[in-house]
Write a protein of this length. Structure first.
Length: 194
């Protein structure tokens, strides 16, 4: 593995990520929204996450920042990054598949929204966030740059910690005790831990 191959792998995973999400975005636009928390804070958080997982690393991949923030490339870490990226894609795919018409890029409830508690949702309440965290760690391992590599953890971590509580409040409003019981028996993003 070389730095150039690691960057190419990162680019391929970005394309695969988008290709998996695109059909769900099209379907989501057709489903009616009955409750939304799509406000300025939500849009700002989505922008921060996109910057860390997409814009900053993309600039690095194509410009190298003039050498700023470079670190030693370690092939074994890049191979581990590839494995984590594959795991992230699998989690990402399964989550979209199981959510179906309930999926939304922002905090929204759809018409006839259902609480999904099976599949990967049996173990964690927010497997989409699990997938994004895996992707952010994979990015840090694949890109040998302190800024671009870790911008995903910073960007997505910001979105997660400022958003997950609001999302769970929305779910409690919609599903009440059913969601509270679900919360009591599942972890947020890391099975059996957190």
């Amino acid at each position: 593995m070389t730095p150039t191959i690691a960057k190419a792998i990162w680019c391929c995973f970005v394309i695969a990520w988008w290709a998996m999400r695109y059909p769900h975005e099209r379907k989501a636009k057709k489903a009616g929204v009955v409750a939304s928390r799509r406000d300025t804070q939500e849009m700002l958080l989505l922008g921060i996450s996109l910057s860390g997982l997409g814009i900053v690393p993309m600039i690095y991949v194509f410009t190298k920042f003039g050498g700023i923030g470079e670190r030693t490339f370690i092939p074994s870490l890049a191979w581990l990054g590839l494995l984590l990226a594959l795991g992230a894609l699998l989690f990402f795919y399964r989550t979209h598949q199981q959510l179906g018409r309930n999926w939304s890029v922002s905090l929204e409830l759809r018409d006839k929204h259902q609480l999904v508690v099976s599949g990967v949702y049996r173990y964690v309440r927010h497997p989409m966030y699990s997938a994004f965290f895996l992707w952010a760690v994979a990015q840090a391992l694949l890109l040998p740059n302190w800024i671009a590599g870790f911008s995903g953890l910073a960007g997505f971590g910001t979105l997660f910690f400022f958003r997950v509580g609001r999302e769970e409040e929305l779910m409690i409003e919609a599903f009440g005790d059913q969601y509270r019981h679900y919360m009591a028996r599942t972890a947020r993003v890391i099975p059996f831990i957190y």
